[in-house]
Design a protein around this ligand. Structure first.
Ligand code: NBY
Length: 843
């Protein structure tokens, strides 16, 4: 099957020369200087930040040329498009990616050298586009890279947040949140489309009116804003294709209420502006529990409404009102439930605006939409109070009611063989609109149910997760529509996450394989297996890792002022801070290690494997327990790092403001990475794949994509520990009777008694996992504690045998072929979207 997929793309004429954009024939050095002169009024005496701006604005033109060619071609060919609807796109920086994907790295590196700059340093001057929280947003970004690289006609659609993910700083070891003001110096990677604007309405009333013999529904919103399009060109690698991420900015319908302004009421004149701009102002910084705030629903509807209008207007320009053709020309992927209002909005546009009858519109809608689930945690599934939705989106609430009536009626018929009581129960349990189980007076719209009923395909993001979706979370629905449910194991782009962030390793791989084709055909990485035990290859492999470790050591020095032992094992856990991800368990094992080292004689210590532990990640601003975990990391680090007995053997650093760019430095330097979620809780994980690609060994639970990574790498090469997902329910029931490990008990006493200070602040942390009257250790840290420590001992033993360690490291990269997002996207394209590659030919 995989071979078949590679073949589908290989059918394209790969022999045709790739001509990228660039009508500008001005050589790069002159062009950079021109940009600085005419856009910024600078004439020599540049700073690094200038060098970045000049380079970026110069590269931008080549990108736009390539973008225009691609879109002229696609307009002519009119292929089917996929639209990836996502409230988040965590793009990170663009300069390096653009230059490398366009194949311009030589030209621009040389130009910058001539000016006295190094490309890598210049690239550091760019601010991250942090329009996402974590894995879900970064996945969307990787998917865009793969869609463009595979020449798949497809765009991303989202929100151009003025403030992205907050910047995290530490103050006395506690997280503080600072605004991410990322657009102040302009954004060379976007293009405002002044001719692409749509009106989006909220609130108001719904009426029926007679129109000839027909009754029509008219929604008159009480509030209106304009969605203004910004295009962000997405260059594919090794192809002329440059696709698009279209982000919407909210602006007022009228700039100013002049009447109010003239009457001297400046505040009122500004009100509409502020209200409108508020919609796209800020990304909600929650990575799991949705914030039930009205503004969030507003954001969701805002971008969905604008995106659907945009797609329909392009469709109509070519196919007029032949809407039955829509499913052959467009499909939408809903990135989690955040854009699920699309089900109701597409119905509204087709029925109310275009005048289709309900059943025809429903057939078209369900053919066009597909839904990806990213979480197993029931509390994380979005539900909107009917009251909120009816007020903000009165017509959509009606539409959802009609959908639900049709659905429940159909369902009752489908279940006609059940006993009436049983049938009523099942229908009630699957109703899109249902009671709030915690508040009988409130009715809720279950967005996941709406997404399932309104979609053709529903998928999870790793094999185990898709099974949990089928067997637990959406089991009722799976029983009714088994063929709707699929798995699409996540992937990451091997361009950003290996080739561009680790060019030294990339060069070594290319050298060994005799080709760089692995960059867009990662199955070729399997060829590295032949070198895994080769001592001279291992030596080169190790030298690259050492160079990357030196860079990370520099960063630690810059942030914390400490020199670290670069011979130590670099042990990393970077991800959003969450109880289920169990950073706390990691800290406990670090404390245990510290205590063991403390007890040893200086001679004994010399035999220990030294470790530099790094933890990084943001806590949602309202997530109290996560913030306490961060403080525990910094408090333990403060004690350990200063202890003269042990500081040569163990360090712990919290690296603040973890983001895409920091990941690009940390991941290539990592030797061991931790993916230690309670089995069955991490839908997939994607950093695990990035670490694997970079030859970093994994200590992890049998969870998410860890399982598939272990299968591809060889399970014997992975440090797997802990209970299995199937055992969790039972173990949770029995947790209060668990006889905890004496080492666990000792650590709990240490933290409680103030070994790391702040004992009152840490009390709730201890209670959450160790005081069954207060917490219930829901994520079963105590159950996994002993096997985790044992796995850590295996890590130490393996690291002592450097040749074995390096062999495994090479086997990880060799086994990472499956986890390219190219593979994932090929599967979506073939199994769900039915979108085919369309590579622009030279005009
Ligand atoms: O999506 C992550 C999963 O935790 C991870 O296992 C998976 O690999 C990744 C990609 O499939 N989920 C995630 O990142 N979720 C969010 O960031 C998120 C953001 C907002 C909200 C919920 C979740 N929200 O409700 O607002």
């Amino acid at each position: 099957r995989r071979a078949l997929r590679v073949h589908a793309v290989a059918e394209l004429d790969k022999t045709a020369p790739i001509v990228r954009g660039g009508t500008s024939s001005v050589p790069a050095p002159a062009d950079i200087a021109n940009k600085l002169r005419y856009l910024f009024g600078r004439n020599g005496d540049y700073t690094t930040a200038d060098a970045y701006q000049g380079t970026a604005w110069s590269v931008r033109e080549k990108l736009i040329d390539s973008f225009n060619k691609t879109h002229e071609y696609w307009k002519k060919e009119d292929p089917k498009f996929v639209y990836y609807l996502s409230a988040e796109f965590l793009m990170g920086r663009s300069l390096i990616n653009t230059v490398y994907n366009l194949g311009l790295e030589g030209e621009y590196a040389e130009a910058l050298n001539q000016m006295g700059y190094e490309m890598e340093r210049v690239a550091d001057a760019e601010r991250d586009a942090a329009l996402g929280n974590g894995g879900l947003g970064r996945l969307a970004a990787c998917f865009l890279d793969s869609m463009a690289t595979l020449d798949l006609p497809g765009w991303g659609y989202g929100i151009r947040y003025k403030y992205g993910m907050f910047k995290q700083a530490l103050k006395n070891g506690y997280q503080v949140e600072l605004p991410d003001i990322w657009l102040t110096k302009g954004n060379p990677w976007e293009l405002r489309r002044d001719d692409v604007k749509y009106e989006v309405g909220f609130g108001g009333r719904v009426e029926r009116r007679k129109q000839g013999s027909k009754e029509v529904t008219v929604w008159t919103p009480s509030e209106r804003v304009i969605a203004q399009a910004y295009d962000n060109p997405i260059p594919g690698y090794n192809t002329p294709t440059t696709s698009n991420l279209r982000l919407w900015d909210a602006v007022p319908v009228t700039e100013f209420d002049l009447g109010a302004f003239n009457a001297g009421d400046y505040d009122r004149a500004m009100l509409e502006r502020e209200r409108a701009e508020g919609i796209s102002a800020v990304l909600y910084p929650n990575d799991s529990t949705p914030e039930g705030k009205e503004l969030r629903l507003k954001q969701q509807y805002f971008f969905v409404c604008a995106s659907l209008q945009d797609v329909l207007s392009r469709f109509k320009a070519v196919h007029a009102t032949d809407f039955n053709l829509l499913p052959e020309k467009a499909c939408f992927q809903l990135n989690d439930t955040h854009p699920t209002i699309a089900v109701a909005e597409l119905m509204r546009l087709l029925v109310d605006v275009e005048g289709l009858d309900w059943d025809q519109a429903w057939t078209i809608t369900t053919k066009c939409l597909n839904y990806t689930n990213h979480t197993v945690m029931p509390e994380a599934l979005e539900k909107w109070p009917v009251k909120v939705m009816a007020k903000m989106l009165p017509r959509h609430m009606e539409i959802i009611e009609v959908i639900n009536e049709g659905w429940t009626k159909w369902l009752a018929g489908h279940l006609k063989d059940l006993k009436p009581e049983e049938r009523a129960k099942r229908v009630a349990a699957m109703s899109i609109i249902h009671e709030n189980p915690w508040n009988k007076d409130e009715m809720l719209v279950n967005m996941a149910y709406l997404a399932v009923v309104g979609s053709s395909a529903v998928n999870g993001v790793a094999a185990i997760h898709s099974n949990i979706v089928k067997d637990e979370i959406l089991n009722d629905f799976y029983q009714i529509f088994p063929s709707k449910f699929q798995n699409k194991t996540n992937g990451v782009t091997p361009r950003r996450w290996l080739a561009w962030c680790n060019p030294e390793l990339a060069a070594l791989i290319t050298d060994a394989l005799g080709t760089s084709e692995w960059i867009n055909d990662t199955e070729k990485l399997a060829g590295l297996r032949a070198f895994a035990s080769d001592k001279s290859f291992q030596a080169k492999w190790s030298a690259v890792k050492k160079a990357k470790k030196a860079k990370l050591a520099q960063l630690i020095k810059k942030v914390h002022g400490d020199d670290v032992n670069q011979e130590a094992l670099f042990d990393i856990q970077i991800k959003r801070i969450h109880e289920y991800k169990r950073q706390y368990l990691n800290v406990l094992s670090i404390i245990w290690r510290y205590k063991q080292l403390k007890k040893m004689s200086p001679e004994e210590r010399k035999k220990a494997v030294p470790r530099v532990c790094v933890i990084g990640g943001k806590a949602a601003s309202a997530y109290d327990m996560a913030k306490r975990i961060i403080r525990l990391v910094t408090a333990v680090g403060d004690v350990i790092n200063k202890d003269p007995d042990t500081q040569d053997y163990l360090r712990l650093y919290f690296l603040p403001d973890y983001n895409v760019s920091l990941a690009e430095t940390i991941i290539p330097a990592a030797e061991l990475s931790q993916h230690i979620s309670t089995a069955g809780t991490e839908a997939s994980g994607t950093s695990n794949m990035k670490f694997q690609m970079n030859g970093c060994l994994i200590i992890g639970t049998w969870d998410g994509a860890n399982i598939e990574i272990a299968e591809e790498t060889g399970i014997e090469n992975v440090f797997v520990f802990g209970v299995r997902a199937e055992e969790i329910n039972q173990l949770r029931k029995e947790r209060k009777n668990l006889k905890t490990d004496p080492r666990w008990d000792e650590l709990m006493r240490d933290i409680e008694s103030g070994m790391f200070g702040d004992k009152d602040y840490f009390k709730p942390l201890v209670d959450s996992v160790n005081n069954m009257k207060v917490g219930n250790d829901w994520f079963l840290l105590a159950n996994d504690f002993a096997s985790y420590l044992k796995a850590q001992e295996e890590v130490d033993a393996c690291y002592k045998d450097q040749s074995e360690w390096l062999r495994r490291s090479i086997m990880y990269t060799a086994g990472s072929g499956k986890f390219s997002s190219d593979r994932t996207i090929r599967e979506y394209a073939e199994d769900i979207w039915h979108v085919k590659p369309s590579r622009p030919t030279i005009a």
